[in-house]
Every structure is written in C-alpha cells, then in structure tokens.
Design a protein around this ligand. Structure first.
Ligand code: SAM
Length: 192
C-alpha cells in the first residue's frame, strides 16, 4: 500500500500538543463529528487518541454512566491525555491503555464497544488489517466505527483498501463520507 508522504511514520509525541490546539475546531469540530454517533452511557473506543483531542469530548458525551478507552502506542501521548482529562474533571470516565506494535490490547473488550473512532491513525500502522480486525472484534453488534484519514497522507485508493479490510473483518459500510470529506467512512458490525 503506498503512502504519499509518511510511510508508517508514527506521529511524533510533541506533535500531540498541536493536535489538541483549540484552533483545530475550525476544521474538525469534535462535538459535530461525534454527536450523531455517540450517546450517554455508551462504551467508546478512541484508537490512536494522541493527547485526546477527541477523547475528552467523547467522555463528555458518554457522561458519567459511560466510559472511554483510549489506546495509543506512545506513553507520552497517553500521559498528555491523562493530564488534560484530569484538568477537565473527566479522568474517571477515561481509561488509557498502552498498545504494542503487535496489539491494541483489547481482548477483554470483545463485543462491548458501541462506538470506535480511528482518526488519522490507520496510515501510521504497518498492519492495518490487524488493527481493523482488533477494532471489529471489540465492537458490539450494531457498534460503529468512524475512520478518518488525511488526504495529504494517503490516496483515495489506499483509503478504499482500508475499507475493504474492514469489510473482510465483518464490518459493513453505513456511509462512505459521513463528514462530507473524501476520506471518512462510518462502518457497522452487523447485529445478526
Ligand atoms: C496523527 S495522531 C492522531 C491523534 C488523534 N486521533 C487526533 O486526531 O488528534 C496518530 C496517533 O496514533 C498513534 N498510533 C500510531 N500507531 C499506533 C498503533 N499501532 N496503535 C495505537 N496507536 C497508534 C500515535 O501514537 C498517535 O498518537
């Protein structure tokens, strides 16, 4: 699979600070992006959350009866996320997990996640099928996955390959551009 500019290059931890800039709301408004898919009481998963640009809004939407699991490869991203969650009074709803190169460590969540987000992360992973299969396994029947990728980093054709891998792992496409952008898709684990 060809990557336009960063072949499986992991986002450096210090870029995490830029990704949580309030200015980003002009492009990616987290409440608008998440609220159609997330409800109070849900279990949500943020894959590759960085310092939690989407994790904190997810935690606000799921409320005190819900939970958010944030799983990242880099400890420094997770410690930044934890600091931000603490300041916002949301730590109790957010569980940070360290992924390894080989696993997201989600075995205990099999069939329990109502909503998963993978924003700007799949192109950083050498084995996208492994990542997508782990997410698919964690989803509950009827659970949904929102994938968003940066057009500056991957082509439409590569994005379609990710979607095909998700489908191969049992997810079906609900919407192919839910954000009105080229490289976004909403997928669902069938209930039957
Ligand atoms: C470009 S950042 C996106 C952060 C966040 N989703 C956002 O939109 O602000 C990509 C994140 O994915 C994480 N990541 C890369 N490979 C990963 C893997 N195999 N498992 C879990 N996280 C990974 C990186 O450490 C980084 O925090």
């Amino acid at each position: 699979m060809s990557n336009k500019s960063c072949s499986f290059r992991i986002c450096p931890w210090w870029l995490g600070y830029f990704l949580v800039s309030p200015l980003r709301k002009l492009l990616d408004n987290p409440e608008k992006i998440l609220s159609p898919h997330v409800r109070a009481g849900m279990t949500a998963l943020d894959v590759g959350p960085g310092m939690g640009y989407f994790t904190l809004p997810l935690a606000k939407i799921v409320g005190p009866s819900g939970r958010v699991i944030a799983v990242d490869l880099q400890e420094k991203m997770l410690s930044g996320l934890q600091r931000r969650a603490k300041r916002a009074g949301l730590s109790e709803r957010i569980e940070c997990r360290l992924a390894s190169e080989k696993s997201l460590n989600l075995a205990d969540l099999a069939g329990r996640v109502n909503f998963a987000l993978a924003c700007y992360v799949v192109h950083e992973v050498p084995d996208p099928e492994r990542l997508l299969s782990e997410i698919a396994r964690a989803l509950a029947p009827g659970g949904r996955l929102l994938i968003v990728e940066p057009p500056s980093h991957i082509s439409r054709a590569d994005f379609e390959k990710y979607l095909a891998l998700a489908q191969k792992n049992g997810l079906s496409t609900v919407s192919s551009s839910p954000l009105g952008r080229k490289l976004s898709a909403l997928l669902e684990k069938p209930t039957g």
